[in-house]
Each structure stands twice: as C-alpha cells, then as structure tokens.
Design a binder for this molecule. Structure first.
Ligand SMILES: Nc1ncnc2c1ncn2[C@@H]1O[C@H](COP(=O)(O)OP(=O)(O)OP(=O)(O)O)[C@@H](O)[C@H]1O
Length: 204
C-alpha cells in the first residue's frame, strides 16, 4: 500500500536523512523513532504530501502520491503533534470543522458520540481554550473515530494523554489495523498494539 523509496530530506543546509526505504501492506504499522530534530515530523509531512522529498518517491498502491493529488488526500488522516485545535471554538465545533476540512461532514450527534467515546462528555460546549493539554489532544484524536480513511499518519499521538486515554488510542489503532488500515506514527514511548506487522524506522 504505502512505500517509501530512497527518501531523502534536506532542511535548510542540513541533510536530515537519506536512503530511507519501507513498504507497508494493509494492517501494518510503522513506528518512526529518533532523537529530537532527527526529521520524524519532516518525514510524516512528506508522507502526507505536505512537502516533497529531496530525493526518492512515495508510492500509494504503486502510484506516486505526486500524481494522485486529491485521491491520495481522501485516503489519509493526518494529526500533527500540535493538536491544531482552535481556541475560541467549542469542543464540538472543533471536531465538526476539522472533520469537514478533511472531507468528512459529520452531524452534531456523530460528533457528540465521538467526543463521549473520548471521555469528553459534558465538555462539548466549552471553548477549547479552557481544556487541559490532554483534553485538547483527545479532541484532535476524536477525528480518528469519524474519519473513513485507510492511512493514518500520527505525530506523537500519545503525548499528554493519561494512562486510560493511551489505552483507548492504542485500542483504536489496533482496530484500524485489524480492518486493513495502515498507520505511520512517531512516538518516543513504547506502544502496546497487536498487529500483523509492526515495523520500526530509526532516524539518527
Ligand atoms: N523549514 C525548515 N527550514 C529549516 N530547518 C527546518 C525546517 N523545518 C524543520 N527544520 C529543522 O529540521 C530538523 C528536523 O525537524 P523535525 O521537526 O522533522 O524533527 P523531529 O525528529 O520531528 O523532532 P522532535 O522529536 O523534536 O519533534 C530540526 O532541526 C528543524 O529545526
């Protein structure tokens, strides 16, 4: 499904990585690891099509993502390390608007259900600015419950989450993989996810 072929990344005058290769089939998870500044976020942004590799090619089902454009974006959910929530909008509005921007219009009821699942029942009408960091992260991650995409690209999804929320997200990741989804994620911590294939990519 997703292949990286001889990928290289240059930022400013630094080459962050080169000759990165991987191939992910349905049900596979790639965990990208490496020290701060090694290029994990840069790689994820490339895989989303938000930036171009300095060399190499990213293929989705055998076709370069450069030539797929909108068709590729419709298959991808990206949740960055900054949650991307809007402070002055309510929790409910944040989820509905971020979903709509990603191409999934959801009703207020669907959003409420997803937020309840994420442990945010009763907070739907609060502006996001009054939430804790972990609660903001939950709002961002609630998108995983309402999207219908094959490829999830997640930058540090577990940061700021408590033990229960980490378990919840790990459960969601597992379900996605069991359904034949593909996940690329960065995390500095160990993850407990059972999958047909879990690969690690270490950036230096
Ligand atoms: N547009 C840019 N111009 C110059 N340097 C950049 C640019 N974008 C990123 N960098 C640099 O590239 C390096 C890698 O950044 P990146 O965010 O990919 O690292 P990371 O591995 O995700 O780090 P962390 O673990 O701290 O999140 C950093 O030194 C960063 O400052």
């Amino acid at each position: 499904m997703l292949q990286g072929v001889n990928l290289a990344c240059v930022r400013g005058d630094r080459e962050l990585f080169k000759d990165i290769n991987f191939s992910l089939d349905a049900g596979s998870l790639l965990q990208v690891r490496g020290p701060n500044g090694s290029g994990k976020t840069s790689l994820l942004r490339m895989l989303c099509g938000l930036s171009y590799p300095a060399a190499g090619e990213i293929l989705w089902n055998g076709t370069s993502i450069r030539s797929l454009d909108g068709d590729y974006f419709a298959d991808v959910t990206y949740i960055g390390h900054l949650s991307g929530t809007k402070d002055d909008l309510t929790v409910l509005e944040n989820l509905r608007i971020s979903s709509a921007l990603a191409g999934f219009e959801i009703s207020a009821n669907q959003a409420s259900e997803a937020l309840k699942h994420m442990g945010l029942k009763g907070r739907e009408a609060l502006p996001v600015k009054v939430l804790s960091q972990g609660q903001r992260r939950r709002v961002a991650l609630a998108r995983l419950l309402v999207c219908n995409t094959t490829l999830w690209i997640l930058d540090e999804p577990l940061v700021a989450l408590d033990v229960m929320a980490v378990k919840l997200i790990q459960g969601l990741l597992e379900q996605h993989l069991q359904r034949g989804g593909v996940i690329v994620m960065t995390t500095h911590q160990e993850i407990e996810v059972t999958a047909a294939s879990i690969m690690q990519l270490h950036l230096a």
